[in-house]
Design a protein around this ligand. Structure first.
Ligand code: CIZ
Ligand code: SF4
Length: 301
């Protein structure tokens, strides 16, 4: 039997749902029940009656799914699929920052461990970071925004404030350089430039649109334009082409590939279903506190 047929059969037998992050390999997009961003996927999976969630993504995403579906078994097909940005800050680091700025409200990007989420006031995604910051600033003066210094700077510039930040960043998005955009624009002068806010500020300055992965997918679908230069992890281009067969998509840089996202393949998904590996667990107390920061975000957005 083909790998994909085996996966489909076992998925039914075990009442599992397969989630694929936008940055996954094409063959993983093709076998998934849902493709999307980390929060959207976790929320979709929570609504299903599946007993098992296979999260094709990285560790903090599977933790987020577990936080929102504590009764379900959540599996990450490769236990080493982590996010270097999320690993750049831990709960103790955040505690020191909070102790140094006792009046500040903590806004943490979804790319953080459950332990860090448990210690922040609000969670945010790249799709709603600006809205969250605007909302917090209605009643508060200071924001600690962790861990992504580039996303923090982008949002701070938009609201015209300075945030207390952390030295975190995404090594994959940081690989995309302004000259890559300039060159792509020369080759495709009519193309719209879409840049993810995890990219360096020199890139967001060159963008026609700065957007999260889901907002990028919606934009390219609805825009009258037919050509797009995409500055984010290149896995998303497969989804864009699939959803918009008449349009053309050019990666700003072929270097923008996340090695952790690419750890997941069809064999590992099958093994994950067969052996129920690797189960994601989060201590109850951490899970409950982390869920609060997500619920507070959902009340605002
Ligand atoms: O939240 C996500 O899935 C990430 C990491 C990025 C995005 O823009 O969707
Ligand atoms: Fe983390 Fe960057 Fe990979 Fe996303 S693309 S999982 S932020 S390292």
């Amino acid at each position: 039997m083909e790998l994909t047929d085996k996966i489909k059969k076992l998925k039914k037998e075990k009442n599992a749902v397969i989630l694929a992050h936008n940055y996954q390999l094409p063959e993983i997009h093709d076998i998934a029940d849902f493709v999307g961003d980390s929060l959207g996927l976790s929320m979709s999976a929570a609504k299903t009656d599946a007993e098992i969630i296979i999260f094709c993504g990285v560790h903090f995403m599977a933790e987020t799914a577990k936080i929102l579906s504590p009764q379900k078994t959540v599996l990450l097909p490769d236990k080493n699929a982590g996010c270097p940005m999320a690993d750049m800050i831990n709960a103790d680091d955040l505690k020191s920052l909070q102790d140094a700025h006792p009046k500040a409200v903590t806004l943490c990007y979804v790319n953080t461990s459950a332990a860090v989420k448990a210690q922040c006031d609000y969670c945010c995604t790249s799709a709603n970071a600006l809205k969250m910051a605007q909302n917090i600033l209605k009643n508060n003066e200071e924001i600690i925004f962790i861990p992504d210094k580039y996303l923090a700077q982008y949002v701070a510039d938009q609201v015209g404030r300075k945030f207390i930040t952390w030295e975190g960043y995404c090594p994959t998005h940081a690989k995309i350089l302004p000259e890559n955009i300039m060159q792509a624009k020369k080759l495709h002068p009519r193309a719209k430039v879409l840049v993810h806010p995890e990219c360096k500020p020199q890139l967001t300055e060159l963008a026609d649109v700065v957007a999260s992965t889901e907002k990028m997918c919606a934009y390219v679908q609805n825009a009258p334009d037919t050509e797009f230069i995409i500055a984010t992890e290149i896995g998303i281009i497969y989804r864009m082409k699939k959803e918009n067969p008449g349009k053309s998509f050019y990666p700003a840089s072929d270097m923008a590939t996340c090695p952790n996202m690419k750890r997941i393949n069809l064999e590992k998904v099958l093994w994950s279903l067969e052996d129920l590996t690797y189960e994601i667990t989060v201590p109850q107390d951490t899970m409950d506190k982390a869920r609060l920061s997500i619920e507070r975000m959902l009340q605002v957005t």
